[in-house]
Design a protein around this ligand. Structure first.
Ligand code: CUA
Length: 369
């Protein structure tokens, strides 16, 4: 147990800076688990010392060279046996009570908690706010970047659209398997506003390691304002003749003459006819700072958008998005050939996607360096 604790603390310290630490005590969930672990470790240490003492005492006291004859032999000792059973039973009961108590505390409190539905798919995440109906229709949702308020329980309901994935954002507490056809709800929380890392924790295919997300925790007032802006959001209508307008048209209709599939068949953009649920929600794509489910961030994410649109499966193994430069790719075990868009058309799509922005004051990345 000591080795485990030491390892946990060390990795915790190393990873704290990346926002990936089970030792983050700003989460009540993590405090509860830490408190339980301290009890378990303390009991283990006491037992370890007790057994070690008994062993060394016996070895020392009954050394052969100290005695001429073997010590007195006896069989059975009812008193000792009762103790040997009773003490472990008491310890197990004590630890069980602690566990059940923590489970009760950490159980979701659906009435007051903020609710977020988490969908895991190969190889990305969608975060939907089932209680926040967008003015333009549908629920507010965001792909690969989860917003949550600080200082209150957040009830996450996790499921998978294909294989088993694992939701793991250790700073806000807990880890849950995301399983197809199963919905699991539990609560997470943090006291501290900031950005935390989330990873898929269940080996799920070629891009398991590229299935990441960001958790952006905002102070209550700012969270409310941001979600209100998301609720009111409608994707901007591009000016006629602009690259964005061409991008919009390609997004909605694709280009049938070169077999380029429409994006709208798979993706949703709030306030437009695009309502696809096969891929992540792109409503706030221009505000997002990551690309490819956390594969790239910031400037790099911006740079990678063009290669991404041309041939996502070549830059992210196993990505199910088709190619748009006509190159071959493998999806669901079959070799496929993508449609073709010109460089101008790819640039227009990128311009349109970048225009999908929340108003400045609702940019949840605003204060993040
Ligand atoms: Cu999804 Cu690993």
């Amino acid at each position: 147990p000591l080795a485990v604790l030491a390892t946990a603390l060390l990795t915790g310290c190393q990873q704290a800076q990346q926002g990936l630490s089970i030792g983050d005590m700003s989460s009540a969930f993590n405090r509860e688990i830490a408190w339980m672990s301290i009890w378990a470790v303390a009991l283990s240490i006491i037992i370890f010392l007790g057994v070690s003492f008994a062993l060394f005492y016996t070895v020392q006291k009954f050394r052969e060279d100290k005695h001429d004859a073997p010590p007195a032999q006896f069989h059975g000792n009812n008193k000792l046996e009762v103790w040997l059973v009773a003490v472990p039973v008491v310890i197990v009961i004590f630890l069980s009570v602690l566990t059940v108590r923590s489970m009760a505390i950490l159980n979701p409190t659906p009435d007051q908690a903020t609710k977020i539905d988490v969908l895991a798919k190969q190889f990305w995440w969608n975060f939907e706010y089932p209680t926040i109906k967008a003015d333009a229709g549908g629920n507010v949702a965001n792909g690969n970047e989860m917003l949550m308020p600080t200082k209150q329980p957040v009830a996450l309901t996790v499921t998978s659209g294909d294989v088993i994935h694992g939701f793991w954002a250790p700073n806000i507490g807990g880890q849950r398997a995301a399983m197809p056809a199963v919905k699991k709800t539990w609560q997470v929380d943090t006291d501290r506003a900031g950005v935390y890392q989330g990873n898929c924790s269940q080996l799920c295919g070629a891009s398991h390691a590229n299935m990441r997300y960001k958790v952006v925790a905002l102070e209550q007032a700012r969270y409310d304002a941001t979600l209100a802006a998301m609720k009111a959001y409608r994707a901007p209508e591009p000016a006629a003749g602009s690259p964005e307008a061409l991008g919009y048209q390609l997004f909605m209709q694709g280009k049938p003459e070169t077999k380029a599939a429409s994006c709208a068949g798979c993706h949703r953009i709030q306030g437009t006819p695009a309502a696809g649920v096969v891929g992540p929600d792109l409503s706030f794509f221009g505000t997002r700072r990551t690309l490819g489910a956390g594969m790239w961030e910031g400037e790099k994410a911006r740079e990678m958008l063009i290669p991404w649109l041309k041939h996502a499966p070549h830059v992210k193994p196993g990505a199910l998005m088709p190619t748009y430069d006509g190159s071959e790719y493998r999806a669901n075990g079959k070799l496929q050939k993508g449609g073709v868009l010109t460089d101008e058309e790819i640039n227009a799509l990128a311009a349109y996607l970048r225009s999908l922005k929340l108003p400045e004051e609702a940019d949840y990345w605003r204060d993040v360096p």
